[in-house]
Design a protein. Structure first.
Length: 122
């Protein structure tokens, strides 16, 4: 009888210990789950903020890109205009050089004619 009592007592103690550990495990799981839930919620909030900031950054970068493209187009137009002006001035210089060479040739020819007239008059 005593042996049965001890066996029953040991069995009850074992069952109590199992129940205690199960309850402890469930409480820890709930606490851990609550902690993980709040941690995940914070992570989601942080990631949402980062996405919002990223969206703002992308918008700002696209705006800066459009501004730079507009400035580039203006500079390209100014460059083409300047190149056209340079070509026009180069054309004028070339024309004046040809004209100057013709005038110089005419003057040399006239001088040669005058020298010939002077030589003929002597």
């Amino acid at each position: 009888m005593i042996i049965n009592f001890l066996k029953i007592n040991a069995t009850v103690g074992s069952v109590n210990a199992d129940c205690f550990f199960r309850i402890l495990h469930e409480n820890m799981s709930r606490t851990s789950f609550g902690f993980e839930k709040s941690f995940v919620a914070e992570e989601i909030a942080d990631l949402t903020d980062q996405l919002g900031e990223g969206g703002k950054s992308i918008h700002e970068l696209e705006k800066a890109k459009r501004t730079l493209e507009h400035e580039r187009n203006e500079m390209q137009a100014a460059l083409e205009e300047a190149e056209g002006a340079i070509e026009g001035e180069e054309s004028k210089v070339l024309r004046l050089q040809v004209e100057l060479a013709q005038v110089k040739q005419d003057l040399e020819r006239r001088i040669a004619e005058k020298d010939e007239e002077i030589d003929n008059q002597r």
